[in-house]
Design a protein around this ligand. Structure first.
Ligand code: HPA
Length: 272
């Protein structure tokens, strides 16, 4: 039995085979959003074949299955990153399991450094597209034609529109931009950040892109939000530390929570 079959069986065994509509991957410091999941069945990643160990502070490593504003959701609280193992496909089984559970969409959150002085720490940025600066793919080693994943419109226009609507209703500023994936775990140099700007990036970070590629392959529609925890190297003078990133992520978490709850509150309305 494949890991995704086995993981899906464990999940179905605990939920009675319930179907879910939206998957959510919570990045650094956003674990608090998990507390808003109503009636959650909670499964540690350790119980799920093929799910990663999460070794970074702020990444819990558990799957929550329940409801947000009445919408059935499967929330991955904590991700593993490429930089932890050198494997870009560490989130392959979790993302594929979300599709098996019936999810039609995947919302991703991450912590990122901003290239825009106007969108400083505490801002939330809607990702409109990405640049993969690592040169690796979570699909390395796959066979078959479905490895040639189309990334046209990878960030779904309809979901982005719903997030914009939710932001407007909640009076949350929601700048938009291109996210550039660096491998980490070191932060960027000032020269790399200048290069990122020239290439068209508005934010830099160490996650999300492999999950987007996997999600598109699995047929999930994607939306992604960056919590801006800092101005990127060279954009501000202050040196970067993980502690500062975590602290600022926690500060913006309530904003993201409000945005996502407003998004979910209206989620069903769009079908009428
Ligand atoms: N660079 C890369 N990843 C990050 C940053 C950054 O400045 N901030 C938070 N995650």
């Amino acid at each position: 039995m494949s890991d995704v079959d086995a993981a899906t069986d464990v999940i179905n065994g605990r939920t009675g085979g319930a179907q879910f509509r939206v998957g959510l991957i919570l990045g650094s410091g956003l674990g608090a959003l998990a507390d808003a999941v109503e009636g959650a069945t909670i499964i540690p990643y350790g119980d799920l074949p093929g799910f990663p160990a999460t070794g970074v502070a702020g990444h819990e490593g558990r799957l929550l299955l329940g409801h947000l504003a009445g919408v059935p959701v499967a929330v991955l609280q904590g991700r593993a990153h490429y930089y932890e193992t050198g494997c870009a496909d560490v989130m392959k089984i979790p993302v594929r399991a979300l599709a098996r559970l019936g999810c039609e969409s995947l919302l991703l959150t991450n912590a990122a450094g901003s290239l825009e002085p106007d969108a400083g720490p505490g801002s939330v940025m809607l990702i409109t597209d990405h640049i993969n600066f690592t040169g690796v793919s979570p699909l390395f080693g796959e066979t078959g034609n479905d490895r040639f994943v189309d990334l046209t419109g990878a960030y779904d226009a309809d979901l982005a529109g719903r997030l914009r609507d939710a932001a407007r209703r909640e009076r949350i500023a929601l700048p938009e931009g291109v996210y550039m994936w660096f491998s980490g775990p070191h932060y960027e140099t000032a020269a790399e950040v200048r290069a990122a700007r020239m290439l068209g990036a508005n934010a830099v970070g160490m996650s999300t892109v492999p999950e987007v590629i996997l999600a598109r392959q699995a047929g999930l529609r994607v939306a992604a939000l960056s919590i801006i925890t800092n101005l990127a190297t060279g954009v501000a003078e202050a040196p970067l530390t993980h502690a500062v990133v975590m602290e600022n992520a926690a500060g913006a978490a309530t904003t993201v929570q409000r945005l996502l709850l407003a998004f979910f509150a209206a989620y069903g309305d769009h079908e009428k």
